[in-house]
Design a protein around this ligand. Structure first.
Ligand code: NAD
Length: 433
């Protein structure tokens, strides 16, 4: 059975290459012809560890190919994975026009039974809309099924996550669709959880919102620590040793960003409210997260008082390490505010600078540097915004020599306060002294 993957962004490209690695014949397609041209030549348009190697390998094996002809890819395939974007609209709901567009394309090209698989993160009940759209626009009554197979990969470890998933959720309403998907994931049979489509759709939103909630919770505790002598790193450790709580996602700092958690928690809030459910818990988590950058900037002001004409080094732009993705990154709000205050920024990120240049082109106030030491040169303060390992390994003695004033405001608790202060820095971490 041939598989088509529609949308070759962060999820679709990994899905296409990953399914080809499992031994399936996969055709990837995207409306962005320039992207398809790059990918067809084995070049990944995004930075994701291991992705380009996997892409080259699966292209060479003959299992994977790409086309910019979305219609042809649909006609050619028996199973169609829909991996297009579901961004948020101005009210926080999932904006579903990309999904609707693909559903219409599928209807137009429905030349035999196909399983249409929602891989994008979609609101519960989306499958009903997809069925309705395909039903309305297809010619005749060619049969099809809709299924849900939400994706749980994390940017930065997407290839590993896809090739070694801890669970595979398959939401179906017919045996035919279930058999097709179970066959595709044959290798991981014991990790497949088959559910109804509504349940599968909700599992994804519920999982992401829970993780976001956990981050906001520890950030609220960090605020308590900031006002007492408690240390949030140790509080998190002590909490996390309880297996019911677990240690992951208890990292205080600048909060969550990226293309998933912020939009997914808002989308689920809207879904609940539209259905008459009190979603106040999620609203508060979103509010806590939103407040993180303001608190961080307060610390910068506490250290520097007036920001106008101050030279400030900013380390890290990506919403998290090991990705070039800056969607909903806290760096954007921080840079915008610092520029507004009249500071002169010296910015560095290992992978995300090209993306950030599209939002903040180089200017008198925004200079992009070749490395962290260049950014630190003559700076009045250094801000840590993304916890790249490269920054942990910095020679802070050298950084101190380069800076005009030895001040570090660390939004990710990367350094040991005692060691940093021992080098002569004024150090402002999160939720600890
Ligand atoms: P993306 O914006 O990187 O990629 C979407 C791609 O779809 C783009 O390349 C776009 O050109 C293409 N596209 C849009 N409309 C199209 C159409 N009609 N025909 C063909 N191609 C079309 O998005 P992403 O980050 O890959 O996310 C995709 C979905 O997966 C979203 O629902 C997201 O919430 C979900 N998701 C994302 C992640 C993540 O870490 N990025 C993880 C799990 C789930």
């Amino acid at each position: 059975m041939k598989i088509a993957v529609i949308g070759t962004g962060y999820v679709g490209l990994v899905t296409a290459a990953g399914l080809a690695e499992f031994g399936h014949t996969v055709i990837g397609t995207d409306k962005d012809a320039a992207k398809i041209d790059l990918i067809s030549r084995g070049i990944s348009p995004i930075y994701e560890p291991g992705l380009e190697d996997l892409l080259k390998k699966t292209l060479a094996s003959g299992n994977l190919s790409f086309t910019a002809d979305v219609d042809a890819a649909i006609r050619d395939a028996g199973v169609i994975f829909v991996c297009v974007g579901t961004p948020q609209d101005e009210e926080g709901r999932a904006e579903m026009s990309q999904i609707e567009g693909v559903a219409r394309s599928i209807a137009r090209n429905l030349n035999g039974y196909k399983v249409v698989v929602e891989k994008s993160t979609v609101p519960v009940k989306t499958s009903e809309w997809i069925k309705r759209v395909i039903g309305l626009y297809r010619r005749g009554d060619t049969p099809f099924d809709v299924a849900s197979n939400p994706e749980f990969l994390r940017e930065g470890s997407a290839v590993r996550d896809f090739l070694e998933p801890d669970r595979i959720i398959v939401g179906v309403e017919t045996d035919r669709a279930r058999d097709a998907l179970v066959r595709i994931y044959e290798k991981f049979r014991e990790r497949v959880l088959v559910t109804s489509i509504d349940t599968a759709e909700l599992i994804k939103h519920a999982s992401n919102s829970f993780l976001a909630l956990k981050i906001s919770y520890i950030n609220m505790i960090a605020d308590l620590c900031d006002r007492t002598d408690a240390d949030v790193e140790q509080v998190a450790l002590g909490m996390g040793l309880d297996p019911r709580i677990g240690r992951q996602f208890l990292k205080a700092g600048l909060g969550y960003g990226g293309s998933c958690f912020p939009k997914d928690i808002r989308a689920l809030t809207k879904i609940g409210e539209d259905l008459g459910v009190d979603m106040g818990l999620l609203r508060e988590a979103d509010k806590v997260n939103h407040g993180r950058t303001g608190q961080f900037l307060d610390k910068v002001k506490k250290a520097l008082w007036i920001l106008k004409d101050k030279k400030i080094a900013v380390l890290g732009l990506a919403f998290k390490p090991e990705t070039d993705d800056i969607r909903e990154a806290s760096s954007i709000r921080i840079i915008r505010e610092l520029v507004k205050e009249g500071a002169a920024l010296r910015i560095y990120d290992p992978k995300a600078m090209d993306n950030m240049k599209e939002i903040f082109p180089p200017s008198a106030q925004v200079a992009y540097c070749e490395g962290p030491y260049q950014a630190a040169q003559d700076a009045n303060a250094l801000l840590v915004v993304t916890e790249w390992e490269e920054f942990r390994a910095l020679d802070l003695g050298r950084v101190r020599e380069l800076m005009a004033n030895p001040i570090i405001v660390d939004g990710r608790n990367m350094f040991d306060p005692v060691a940093v202060r021992g080098l002569g820095f004024e150090y402002y971490p999160v939720g600890r002294k």
